[in-house]
Write a protein that binds this ligand. Sequence first.
Ligand SMILES: C[S@@+](CC[C@H](N)C(=O)[O-])C[C@H]1O[C@@H](n2cnc3c(N)ncnc32)[C@H](O)[C@@H]1O
Length: 324
Amino acid sequence: MKNDKQYLYFLTIPGNESLLKEEIRLSLPNLKFAYSCKGFCTFKNNGSPISLYELSRLNIIFALTYGETAAKITLKDVANEYHRLSSELKATINFHQTESIQQAMSKWIPEKQIECSGDLQIDFIRTDNDSVFIGRRELDPWNSPLLRRFSPIRNDIISRAYYKAADAFCMFPVNPGRHILELGCVPGGITQYLLENGHVVTGVDPAKANEVILSNPNFKFENIGVHDYRPPRNELIDTLISDMNLAPKIVLKECIRLSKNLPNLKQAFITCKINGEKMLQDLDRYKSLMQEMGFKTVHFVQLPYHRHEFLAYGILQSSRKNKT
Ligand SMILES: C[S@@+](CC[C@H](N)C(=O)[O-])C[C@H]1O[C@@H](n2cnc3c(N)ncnc32)[C@H](O)[C@@H]1O
């Protein structure tokens, strides 16, 4: 941008722009909304400039990724700009909302995006018909969800929740061989992912589970509602997953109750349903409920396969680097 004011951009799940705006209003009051289109918002920073490093340390739940806007160009200039940046900068270049960008660049762009090992990321984001924002950011400590490349879509998955688990385990790596208690496991996409990845699963759900899952020897099904589930003190369970379509406060309270009988619980992945922007004011409460389960690190994040929900992740130790 030519003027000296800093503009920041945020990519979000299409449909969640107003949640993102409300989150920014509450958590970063110096940012004033500037522009938005599907899945993308920009804000002017009226406070002191935020460095790329500081930006990468912010925790914006409803942004898949975010950075500092560097320029706005037209589609026809994309190829030149891409060429210039890729020769001048040691950066990974990413394209978002991209079909037409890729068309415009088909003469230039290799099949794969340019990737390099540094932390600097350049984003090309197509907005309306003819404009493309160019932004820069640093990789964040959680590895910017959008950068992660997800498993190709398969046609044999039991439900799209399969990808919610794949995303979550990509961001918060988990070694195989965990003993997992999964609440709300029907029809079975998450269980399918867990079983394929070498875990042992106890699933709780009052609905009818998929036959493929039921026949797997590493799966035990408790066909009841969570409120009726009284687990024996279980020394083996180390991971709790919840994907129930119940209000987050109820889910978290049930998780606290169950965690008391899980002496080796190390981490939890809990889907929290969003019911409007007002729930943003409850996040501190959700955090303390996660802490009541004994988790030192709690992280809230919305991942690409989430819809009206986000993930509350908790882990016992303070470092996220150790696999568990
Ligand atoms: C979004 S679906 C879960 C999808 C599933 N995790 C998958 O991977 O396919 C929500 C599930 O929560 C379950 N559920 C709703 N109330 C529940 C309760 N009180 N106890 C346990 N499960 C419940 C529903 O039966 C439903 O199967």
